[in-house]
Design a protein. Structure first.
Length: 326
């Protein structure tokens, strides 16, 4: 028995190497067409025909020529496989961005350009199902088609103005319809409660956690030049209307102020008339004396004062002091 085991150990590596060479030499159209282009860092490193290494940020699905796709994903590190009977299909499970852009018409026939930005990664526990139903390019097959379909169908239900004023409603409708459309492809979707808004332009970000991956959806809308100019002119007209309203209110306030001043002057004149009737010329003399005091105080502080004597005519006259400015 020991001799048999020794011979098996002696010939195991050469036999495994030979089988691996035969496997690579055989033409397998599915194998070669489904392998994505190799990046600068290999996802899968074949240490030997019996071993393979899964790089960080990747997972592998084992395809068995007898049993088919095994319903369990392989994690990072070194693993064993049976040459020729098994091969490893590697998925990149790191988050990747994708933009879905489309130009469509709104309900009032305004052209709207929308961009749906999606950060996605496959769900590790569902990698075998994704490989069987959608393939390695699941994002290329599913996201662009349903994204464009949902964006166009939702935008057609709103006017251009409503797309701005009801931005959150539009984003919510896009999210809900995208979830329903994805379920038609046997993708079960459950919503995450996380939600935040952008501050750089019109857009809403919604986080969606699905059975096939984690999606971060951001919708951004831009309108045609004519519509943008119309919106600007509308804003200018509204500002002009507010300015005119302010001017009218100001004139009304000035009118009320003038009426109040006139009423005050009338009441003052009436009081003066009543005082004259009671006091006679005494009130006028009293006011003349007060005015003379004010004039004398002003002339006393002036630097240039000119004295003009009366002409001394038949009727006499008053002497005049003039405050001449320099």
């Amino acid at each position: 028995m020991a001799v048999v085991l020794e011979k098996l150990a002696k010939w195991a590596i050469p036999i495994g190497t030979a089988i691996g060479g035969v496997q690579l030499a055989m033409y397998d159209g599915e194998f070669w067409t489904e392998r994505p282009p190799k990046p600068y860092l290999p996802k899968l490193i074949l240490i030997s025909p019996l071993h393979f290494l899964v790089q960080g940020g990747h997972r592998a699905v084992i395809f068995d020529r007898i049993q088919g796709v095994k319903q369990q994903s392989i994690g990072e590190g070194t693993h064993f496989l049976v040459p020729w009977l098994q091969r490893a299909v590697v998925f990149d499970v790191r988050t990747k961005p994708r933009n879905i852009s489309t130009t469509t018409g709104s309900k009032d026939m305004q052209m709207v350009s929308l961009t749906l930005r999606v950060l996605h990664r496959p769900e590790i526990s569902h990698l075998p199902s994704i490989y069987q139903n959608l393939g390695m390019d699941y994002d290329e097959r599913v996201l662009p088609s349903i994204g464009n379909e949902v964006l166009k169908s939702i935008v057609a239900q709103f006017d251009a103005g409503e797309l701005i004023t009801q931005r959150e409603v539009v984003s919510s409708r896009i999210r809900e319809d995208l979830v329903k459309r994805a379920m038609e492809f046997n993708i079960q979707v459950r919503l995450d409660k996380r939600r935040e808004k952008t501050h750089s332009g019109p857009g809403i970000i919604d986080a969606i956690l699905t059975d096939t991956g984690y999606y971060l959806i951001q919708t951004h809308m831009t309108f045609g030049k004519d519509f943008t100019n119309a919106v600007e002119q509308k804003q200018i007209a509204q500002q002009e209307a507010e300015r005119a309203k302010f001017i009218v209110e100001k004139a009304e306030q000035e009118k009320l102020a003038s009426i109040i001043r006139a009423e005050g002057d009338a009441q003052a004149a009436e009081l003066i008339s009543q005082a004259l009737e009671k006091a006679g010329e005494g009130l006028i003399e009293f006011r003349r004396i007060e005015a003379s005091k004010d004039i004398a105080s002003t002339l006393a502080q002036a630097k240039n004062v000119t004295y003009l004597p009366s002409s001394g005519g038949k009727n006499g006259g008053s002497n005049i002091l003039l405050n001449v400015s320099a």
